[in-house]
Design a protein around this ligand. Structure first.
Ligand code: ADP
Length: 495
């Protein structure tokens, strides 16, 4: 039966309410327990999500383990074709998924949610085409021995995802894992369970039962047992550094490999010779103001040459002031809400700390005029100037619409400031001088360095950080080979 897009997200949620997806079926949690999911823009409950526990995890992992055997036996290109077909089927649901993610995450539909929904489908099509790259090698070990390597799937993969870009971050785990012959159990984030569940439901039209399963629930109660399950042979996690450490420790007990995509405090360097228009655009996009700064790659430390500093600040303020905050589902809205109250309080706490430590606060844009939205989780974007490198707002990940602007004199000073961070996810430099650009790409400590642009995750560009930003890469061919297969060495002695 083919699933038709449902464009009204309020009508779609009841279909997905209180359910996991295990072995191809939407099922109730074994405990019968569920939790409320809110529309962050209004504070109203939109539905209930199944509260997964160790028993649900066991059921899902069992289904995945059984399904993986047949799945791995299929020719690689057949798996690839099915994964690419998932992408094509999902393309028909872009509008539906965009609206649903806007409803549950608070991200504006036009500027963020619809964009994410369309990138999702592309990731499945991209990885589906890579199946025949699962190649081995022959090794000139001994003329009388045929020596070769093959790429073998690892088995059942546990994928734990966050709420900020759940569709894309699920896709860059699920698509390569499946193509490589693994089966997957996903644990969705508490605040955004419905859209990813819907995606998995849509994919069931194409995939064999049990190959892709999804559970909702809380971190320790559902994510923990997934990582610890004896039959989960690999974990791919995106989230906070603190939880990343917990996941890494649990994986270490079982000695299984992990991929960790954690936080960031990404620098953006604007040199004196930069094209100011481009740099301003880059700061608005790079800081993800339209996503309320809720991005691990957000350019939250903007380093501007002293000769441009004042003009840069004035123009950036004008641009951010022109962004409209409002109902995420309204096409006119540029900026939606913060995901939940805890996150809002954390962001507001950092804004207070910034002021207390002596930085100058510029509060921008305006809260929505609509009374029913006014008291909700909207936080006005903030730019801080006069920030010192040791201020907490300059060092800790805020995950909100708060950018720190620094002034520098020399290139060396800029590089030193940029690298003075526990994180190393992304960095950009804005300059028209080739030598400066090349030197910066070499010397910036980050997994993803861009000159005069600020793109997000792209198919086939390895994505992942250094230092506290994590371990391993995602989104590329190399990520599929290195993180979702193991290399087997085979010798045939013909003497
Ligand atoms: P945030 O603070 O933004 O919610 P987390 O890193 O806590 O970030 O969450 C990212 C994902 O990790 C979510 O799906 C969450 O449920 C899950 N998670 C949280 N705690 C644990 C844990 N102890 N074990 C496994 N997963 C967890």
């Amino acid at each position: 039966m083919s699933i038709r897009p449902v464009l009204d997200p309020f009508a779609l949620v009841p279909e997905l309410d209180s359910r996991h997806l295990i072995n191809g079926e939407l099922v109730a949690p074994i405990s019968g327990k569920c939790f409320d999911v809110f529309n962050p823009a209004t504070g109203k409950v939109i539905g209930k999500a199944a509260e997964g526990n160790a028993r649900d995890v066991d059921l899902a992992v069992m289904a995945a383990k059984i399904a993986q055997k047949d799945w791995a036996e299929r020719p690689a290109r057949e798996r690839g074709k099915l994964v690419a077909e998932c992408g094509r089927v999902l393309t028909a649901h872009v509008e539906e998924l965009g609206r649903l993610i806007a409803l549950e995450s608070g991200k504006a539909l036009r500027t963020e949610s619809r964009v994410e929904a369309s990138v999702l489908a592309d990731m499945f099509v991209f990885f589906g085409g890579l199946a025949s790259e699962l190649k081995g090698e022959t090794v000139p070990f001994n003329p009388n021995m045929m020596t070769l390597t093959t790429r073998e799937p690892v088995g059942v993969v546990g994928a734990i995802i966050p709420w900020n870009v759940p569709l894309l971050l699920m896709a860059i785990k699920v698509a390569p894992a499946l193509v490589a012959g693994n089966s997957v159990v996903v644990k969705s984030a508490e605040d955004t369970p419905f859209t990813v569940l819907r995606v998995c439901q849509i994919m069931q039209q194409v995939l064999p039962k049990g190959v892709l399963n999804i559970l909702s629930g809380f971190g320790p109660g559902c994510g923990g047992p997934l990582v610890e399950h004896k039959d989960v042979k690999k974990v791919s996690f995106t989230g906070s550094v603190e939880t990343g450490r917990i996941v890494y420790r649990a994986a270490a007990e079982k000695l299984i490999p992990v991929t960790l995509e954690l936080g960031g405090k990404s620098p953006m360097i604007v040199m004196a010779d930069a094209d100011l228009d481009k740099a301003i655009n880059g700061a608005v996009g790079g800081m993800r103001f339209t996503r309320q700064g809720q991005s691990c790659t957000a350019s939250s430390r903007i380093l501007v040459h002293e000769s441009l500093h004042d003009a840069f600040v004035t123009r950036l303020k004008d641009r951010v002031n022109a962004l409209k905050m409002g109902d995420p589902l309204d096409e006119e809205t540029d900026i939606g809400t913060i995901i939940n109250r805890k996150q809002r309080d954390k962001i507001c706490g950092y804004i207070d700390i910034g002021e207390q430590q002596g930085a100058t606060k510029h509060e921008l844009s305006a809260l929505p005029a609509n009374d029913s939205l006014k008291d909700r989780l909207f936080v006005r974007p903030v730019i801080f100037t006069d920030v010192k490198p040791d201020h907490r707002i300059a060092r800790e990940e805020i995950f909100g619409p708060v950018a720190c602007i620094f002034k520098f004199k020399t290139f060396e000073e800029a590089l030193e400031l940029a690298n003075d961070s526990d994180f190393g996810l992304a960095a950009t430099i804005w300059t028209t001088d080739l030598k400066t650009a090349l030197q910066a790409t070499k010397r910036l400590d980050a997994g993803f360095v861009q000159v005069n642009q600020n793109l997000v995750v792209q198919p086939n560009l390895s994505y992942g950080g250094v230092k506290l930003s994590g371990l391993g890469k995602e989104a590329s061919l190399e990520s599929m080979l290195e993180h979702y297969t193991h290399k087997k060495t085979i010798i045939l002695n013909m003497e």
